[in-house]
Design a protein around this ligand. Sequence first.
Ligand SMILES: [Zn+2]
Length: 291
Amino acid sequence: MLMTHSETQTRQLLASRPLLDAARCSASAVAALNFYNAETLLAHVRAATALRASIILQTTESTIDYLGIRLVVAMARAAAEEIEAPVALHLDHGGSYELAERCIEAGYTSVMFDGSRLSFSENCAQTRRVVELAHANGVSVEGELGHVAHNDEVSANDIARFYTRPEDASRFVEETGVDALAVAVGTAHGFYKGDVRLDFERLAHIREAVGETPLVLHGGSAVPQELLFRAIAHGITKINFGTELKNAFTLAVKASLSSSDDIDLRRTFAPAIAAVQEISLAKIRICSQRQ
Ligand SMILES: [Zn+2]
């Protein structure tokens, strides 16, 4: 018998909080994979399908500008129908209330409000506003406290001045009601110049301070697997991956274009999809502790 549209539609995008709570209860994490185009999304869908794993699909505002918000949401909804495990669509590093509102209206099921460059009280107030709107619409919210810098911005020595303080984390979670908190404990965005050092003691204190609120590690790309395992053991329940995915895609497209004059885009992009899929698989395995 044919599977009708309504049957496949039962797998809808979910808010991220239940995915994160389930991961926390099983001492694992959810891989949050950025996508940028149909090819990177396809890679994530194939990886999650192969492992029957929950994932968080996420985009930044730049991808929304690139694809258009309706297309992003439609693509993610179709992806959720394909994957036999819960999937959420998350706005990564949302910079304003207005953007969060636009995403919620369009069908995102999770949004980040990144007020990490604001003062503590301003970050609290603005995050709180986004939480009120999001929760009224069944959408989860991630906040950020401390600041996960870009590798170009900071040297390994002064990265620590941006670290999240446990006592602030506890107040922030209480005052805002966020569903997840991105913490600065040693990771950075972009490529690492030296060894990654994570402050596990701080992470353990933050974990204690925020109770059951899931913690998020940004800048997961190229962080050694052992450190990611330790981060999960210390209470991280969402790990963001972007840089490594973009890099693998770009390198594979370059190789494909320089080795052939083929204009069949399906063949041009196939190795790039496979390259990203391999990384997605590895990251999902790490997060779900299925090594
Ligand atoms: Zn980030």
